[in-house]
Design a protein around this ligand. Structure first.
Ligand code: 4NP
Length: 154
């Protein structure tokens, strides 16, 4: 199994959106027996909560399931579990790198999947309110990540 963890700050807006979108693409490709997807936050304000209502609304609009997604905090054992840990912004990336037992070689910045995009971080829609912009970035980035996994691991 290849395992992917998306990481943001609160684990209610960006990373659960990426989890749902990536799982949808994996299932559409018939690769669900080979690739697992999860998400986590570096903060702990929303533990156990489902995704933000606007993340759920966007996913619903695109026919992408998000049943059962619950916010959790990233923890050191995640470095033993995942093959790719994809951070939504530079602050997430730096904070994950500082965790005890961190394996920097597993870390990716989400926007490094989209090298031609003008933005180098996924903006936090909790503050910007622009969930549509984030969905477009996540959809394109997850497509690129699936290709990367195919090339590197499958
Ligand atoms: P996320 O957005 O990191 O994309 O889930 C946030 C959600 C909640 C908070 C910050 C960012 N918060 O401070 O509660």
């Amino acid at each position: 199994m290849v395992s992917v963890l998306f990481v943001c700050l609160g684990n209610i807006c960006r990373s659960p959106m990426a989890e749902a979108v990536m799982r949808h693409k994996v299932e559409r490709a018939g690769l669900q027996h080979l690739i697992t997807v999860d998400s986590a936050g570096t903060g702990d304000w929303h533990l156990g909560k489902r995704p933000h209502q606007d993340t759920r609304r966007i996913l619903d609009q695109h026919g992408i399931g998000h049943e059962g997604i619950q916010a959790r905090r990233i923890a050191s054992p995640d470095f033993e579990t995942f093959d790719y840990m994809v951070c939504m912004d530079d602050s997430n990336f730096e904070n994950v790198k500082k965790l005890p037992g961190a394996k920097p070689e597993l870390l990716l910045k989400f926007m490094d999947l989209l090298p031609d995009h003008e933005l180098r971080e996924v903006p936090d829609p909790y503050y910007t309110g622009n969930f549509e912009q984030v969905y477009e970035m996540i959809d394109a980035g997850c497509e690129a990540l699936l290709e990367k996994i195919r090339a590197e691991k499958l």
